[in-house]
Design a protein around this ligand. Structure first.
Ligand code: GDP
Ligand code: IMO
Ligand code: MG
Length: 425
């Protein structure tokens, strides 16, 4: 068996949580491989709306294993809140949730360092979610980090204190007031809770599950354009959000990757700072934000909005080896006329379908093609045969520009508002 991957092709918030929840019945295991509580994955079903941060989006399916892989960073206090909310809803997390011992811990001081660093950057700030992601991954790659498995060792508290002391020395260099005691009690309660859950050697677990014929779906967080290597650096997150991150974040070999589902919005959004070639700063941008309810699932910040960007989409498709596309939220574009789609850029005086090395100081100018769009409300549609001609044209246009089939079109936030236009399984 192979690991199928579902990940975002834009700047995050494409609707990954919704589609993982929709696809979960076809899998035995759902696994997160990178990121942490910076993610906010929204699921809607039976009138319930739920946002997950660290926990895989298969958790509402009683018969699925949900694995948090080694590539994820976990903040025990955020994690405990997530678990408490799920337990209240009757979810049996003890049975269905596995955590890799090699996943790294986000300490309270990582959050403080994130906030201090952003405050110091002022106008140049990344617009981080302030969850301590950057500092936690810095300690991982700097070989100072603490891992989930360390909580089982007798000297855990000693190692925690030593790392906190180091962080406090770093914090002293910032003009930043903080009170660590505010954060620590909840953090240690979270550690106690994690001790009561199932900790595994994730890489052995995943490969054992594959060998025994189990089907695994890897759930990406953030989006390809926020990837630490290939995103609009430095306005990125601190992990590899692309398919390659699945291998390192779960411990599966590249030849064990199967389908790669690339998910994108019918337009673009970005939350936080950084270049956004097709950004709309006008009334249409505001209309898309309102209709699409484009406010961050984790931070509540308004998301920046813009037209669909095909060269950026093709860049993400290339990096990820996408095999099928899934388009989200075209319902938000109903009655917007004309629709614009960026099909190439202008940079350094030339037309190009690729991104320049430096997108921050040399943000490419979009070249658009206009499309007529459609007027109809599509949120109640249940069959692709009901789609208005303008939507079919939009889908066909994207397929022709990317060379890939659009397999799923989502027409609303609910599980049921999902239309399979080319069958997957
Ligand atoms: P994720 O981080 O990729 O899981 O996405 P988020 O949950 O942060 O953001 C996606 C938002 O769009 C959520 O509020 C979803 O409920 C909502 N959503 C998902 N699919 C659709 C859709 O097809 N139409 C509309 N209108 N909303 C959708
Ligand atoms: P999901 O999984 C959208 C953005 C932040 C900021 C940059 C760095 O819900 O799609 P970080 O806290 O990671 O250091 O922030 O990345 N960002 C996201 N944007 N969706 C996300 O996750 C994001 N996670 C981080 O806004 O610009
Ligand atoms: Mg999100």
């Amino acid at each position: 068996m192979k690991v199928d991957v579902l990940l975002g092709l834009q700047w995050g918030d494409e609707g990954k949580g919704k589609i993982v929840d929709v696809l979960a019945p076809h899998y035995d295991v759902i696994a997160r491989f990178q990121g942490g509580p910076n993610a906010g994955h929204t699921l809607e079903f039976n009138g319930i709306k739920h946002v997950l941060h660290t926990i895989p989006s298969g958790i509402f399916h009683d018969d699925k294993i949900n694995l948090i892989g080694n590539g994820v960073v976990i903040d025990p206090s955020v994690f405990k809140k997530e678990i408490d909310a799920l337990v209240k809803m009757g979810v049996d997390v003890k049975k269905n949730l596995f955590i890799s011992r090699k996943a790294h811990l986000i300490l309270p001081t990582h959050r403080l360092l994130d906030a201090a660093s952003e405050a110091q950057k002022g106008k140049e700030k990344i617009g981080s979610t302030l969850k301590g992601i950057g500092p936690a991954y810095m300690d991982k790659t700097g070989r100072n980090g603490l891992r989930i498995g360390d909580i089982e060792s007798v000297d855990f508290r000693y190692r925690y204190d030593a790392l906190v002391e180091k962080h406090q020395r770093m914090l002293a260099h910032f003009q930043f007031n903080f009170n660590l005691q505010e954060y620590e009690p909840a953090w240690f309660e979270g550690i106690e809770l994690i001790r009561s859950l199932t900790l595994v050697d994730g890489e052995y677990e995943v490969n054992k599950l594959l060998a025994s014929g189990k089907k695994i779906l890897a759930e990406g967080a953030q989006g390809s354009l926020l990837d630490i290597d290939f995103g609009s650096y430095p306005f990125v997150t601190s992990s590899n959000t692309i398919t390659a991150g699945t291998c390192t974040g779960l411990g599966v070999a590249p030849n064990k990757i199967g389908e790669v589902f690339g998910i994108f919005k019918a337009y673009c959004t970005r939350v936080g700072s950084g270049p956004f070639p097709t950004e709309l700063l006008d009334n249409t941008g505001e209309l898309i934000r309102k209709k699409g309810n484009e406010f961050g699932s984790t931070t509540g910040r308004p998301r920046r909005t813009g037209w669909l960007d095909i060269p950026a989409l093709n860049y993400a498709i290339m990096l990820n080896g996408v095999t099928r596309l899934m388009m989200m939220k075209p319902d938000v574009l109903s009655a917007i006329n004309p629709l614009k789609v960026c099909t190439s850029y202008q940079w350094n005086g030339k037309q190009s379908e690729t991104l320049p090395f430096d997108v921050v100081y040399n943000t490419p100018q979009p070249v658009y093609e206009n499309m007529e769009g459609w007027k109809e409300d599509i949120t109640g549609m249940e069959n692709k045969n009901d789609f208005p001609g303008g939507l079919n044209d939009y889908i066909r246009f994207i397929e022709s520009k990317t060379g890939l089939p659009v397999s799923i079109v989502s027409v609303g936030p609910d599980r049921k508002q999902t239309i399979v236009i080319k069958s997957i399984f």
